[in-house]
Design a binder for this molecule. Structure first.
Ligand code: MIC
Ligand code: SF4
Length: 643
């Protein structure tokens, strides 16, 4: 039997376990990336490990999230990260150089390599045939130190692409269609592998849009083969030597197959407040809009921007609409400047933003009250834009641009004839905003620069014999990490200060949570299905840890958040019978007797609800290694104990 591309790359990197689906495997990591909002924690953790130099083939630190510097905090964090890079042999991509995933694809990604990043959209690298996975900062720190990265050996879904996209139908519509069919939890425990004749018709930036937003499926990652289109892209980036052809065997077997005929797709939009709430323009209607934002790691490539410039040429943004555009990297912005497209965007009235995440993470450009905002981004969770009642629709750059001109949601096919948009033969290459590592002898003398905002991460204690604690919060299905630990311009500067940031923990759901949890001392959280979907931010585990949360009992978990809970030493449990969810209320006193004994004995843990007077079973799906981590009180303690 032949192998899928995923199996080929994973088995070439396998260092522990066997390629048995559902079991834990350990893989060697070739490259890592961090961004600044998760990076400070990741580097504090790396420092705590005491490894002098990173042991990966390449590790890159990007500054792209916290670039709105309205106080000293973000600038201090940038300086800290820059100095850590110098000391430990890490490439440092300075603010202004662009969004991590866009730049990594352009300048560093290599087909067939493994990459983990402390950002959930790291799977963008799947667009050039990498196994690129989003992870918590602690996992990235361990990988930088040469440690193994562990995942559940995934099921593999084949998305068989046939046909060719019609004019003005975009790569964004492909992933929106996949989301519509599979939902935000449809990818959990799976890798999405794109195959079929239709693959050839998609350029690398288009593929990267699709693998990027595969994060919204909850998938471990998504991947395209590495083929002539990959070679063309890498050659244009001056990196043809990095090209290797890679694909699945023709007789590879998949766990699921999804058929998509590209020719039949239509322009789509994800409606508030979930990336899988997907409808066609026809279904939504020509709704009046207030704002359009173009950019983010999903849709900020040169090709995207050139399409937008073509649509905006000679036009003016509708008087009732604010249009902002953030090209994804310095390379993209500079090429737009050189070929005149930037002038077209400015002429049309676009508000040009720096090459960074910006509005995607609520760093400015929050819409007006109840404002309808079309965004080319990947997430439209409630409140993420910074406006609590903002109505965010996720669309392609093509739909965004024409709608900005018309003032209402418009099917881009109304534009008429579409010229052929081609990748340039040569991209403008100037890596002067990436600081490479210095000579090894000089590294030791580098002083790490710490600002007053950088506080040590919370210590966790070894698991106690039994847990007796009240329920501090009960939430419903699909709770995102943006609920648990909101981002945005006000809160993001506190990413390196857990005591302070924890004041905002769950503020979106219940502003009293912080005080209540603190008062209770220790507590348990109850959640619905797909708990913790979205980002990789380990703050969504570290803040609850700081507030004394000992266990989280849900119907199911999202992958990265569950790993972050385990790394923090918080026990993730799921209801054996989902109906028990309804029988536990906020304020109930729960007892888990002899939890260590129960964990050692198997995967079922009995919990007693003292308040209501009944017991219920929960499941834990933890490997022996993960159980050891839980006993030790998290990954750092576990690593120290084993050192
Ligand atoms: C996001 O898109 O939510 C972020 C901000 O990039 C996060 C990382 C973070 O919270 O810092 C992610 O996707 O992992
Ligand atoms: Fe940045 Fe948005 Fe991409 Fe997250 S999803 S990395 S915030 S651009």
């Amino acid at each position: 039997m032949g192998l899928t591309l995923t199996e080929k790359i994973l088995s070439a990197h396998l260092v522990e376990g066997e390629m048995v689906k559902g079991s834990e495997i350990g893989i060697r990591i070739d490259q890592t990336l961090t961004q600044d909002a998760t990076g400070t924690m990741a580097y504090l953790e790396f420092e705590a490990m005491g490894v002098p130099r990173v042991k990966t083939e390449k590790s890159v630190a990007y500054i792209d999230h916290n670039t709105l510097q309205s106080g000293f905090e973000n600038a201090d964090d940038h300086r800290f990260i820059g100095s850590v890079c110098k000391k430990h042999g890490i490439y440092f991509s300075r603010p202004g150089n662009g969004i991590c995933h866009q730049v990594h694809l352009e300048r560093f990604g290599i087909p067939g390599k493994t990459l983990i990043g402390s950002d959930s959209h790291t799977p963008t690298g799947g667009g050039i045939g990498m196994i690129a996975i989003g992870a918590g900062g602690m996992d990235v720190a361990v990988a930088m130190g040469g440690g193994t990265y562990y995942i559940t050996c995934p099921k593999i879904v084949k998305v068989n692409l046939t046909g060719k996209l019609q004019p003005w139908v975009a790569a964004k519509d492909v992933i929106l269609e996949v989301l519509k069919r599979l939902s935000v939890k449809g990818g959990v425990g799976k890798v999405i592998e794109y195959c079929g004749e239709g693959v050839k018709t998609l350029s690398v930036p288009e593929r990267a849009t699709i693998t990027n937003m595969g994060a919204e499926l909850g998938a471990t990652t998504s991947i395209f083969p590495s083929d002539e289109a990959t070679r063309t892209f890498l050659k244009a980036q001056g990196r043809e030597q990095d090209y290797v052809p890679l694909s699945a065997d023709s007789d590879a077997e998949y766990d699921e197959v999804v058929e998509i005929n590209l020719s039949e797709l239509v322009p789509l939009a994800a409606c508030p407040h979930s990336p899988d709430n997907v409808k066609s323009v026809e279904e939504i209607g020509n709704m009046k809009i207030d704002q359009v934002c173009i950019g983010s790691c999903t849709n900020s490539s040169l090709l995207d921007m050139l399409k937008v410039a073509h649509i905006l040429k000679g036009k003016t943004v509708h008087p009732d609409v604010s249009l902002s555009i953030a090209p994804g990297s310095k390379q993209v912005l500079n090429m737009l400047a050189q070929n005149g497209a930037l002038s077209i965007l400015i002429d049309a009235g676009a508000r040009i933003l720096e090459s960074a995440c910006g509005p995607c993470i609520g760093m400015g450009q929050s819409p007006n009250s109840k404002g309808i905002s079309l965004r080319t981004f990947n997430r439209n969770f409630e409140g993420r834009s910074g406006t609590k009642d903002g109505q965010i629709y996720l669309v392609s750059p093509e739909m965004a641009a024409i709608s900005a001109v018309n003032g209402y949601l418009t099917d881009p096919r109304e534009i008429g004839e579409m010229p052929e948009f081609k990748l340039p033969e040569v991209f403008k290459i100037n890596d002067n905003m990436v600081v490479p590592p210095i000579e090894a002898e000089k590294m030791d003398t580098v002083e790490v620069l710490r600002g007053p905002n950088i506080k040590p991460f919370p210590v966790s204690e070894p698991l106690s014999e039994s847990i007796e604690a009240g329920v501090s919060l009960k939430v419903g299905d699909n709770i995102t990490t943006d609920h648990i630990m909101p981002a945005g311009a006000k809160i993001l500067p506190l990413r390196s200060n857990i005591p302070k940031i924890s004041e905002y923990c769950f503020a979106v759901c219940d502003e009293h949570f912080h005080d209540r949890a603190k008062e209770m001392g220790k507590s348990i959280i109850i959640g619905g299905s797909n708990y913790g979907q979205g980002s990789s931010r380990e703050h969504a585990a570290l803040a609850p840890l700081y507030l004394g949360v000992k266990a989280v009992i849900t119907k199911s978990f999202a992958r990265i958040h569950m790993a972050n809970l385990i790394n923090a030493g918080i026990v993730p449990m799921t209801f054996a019978n989902e109906s028990d969810y309804d029988r536990v209320a906020q304020g109930d006193e729960l007892v888990i007797e002899d939890i260590i004994g129960q964990l050692k004995g198997g995967d079922v843990i009995k919990v007693t609800n003292k308040t209501k007077g009944f017991s219920f079973d929960t499941n834990v799906s933890l490997s022996e290694r993960q159980k050891e981590m839980i006993y030790a009180g998290g990954l750092l303690n576990y690593t120290k104990n084993n050192a």
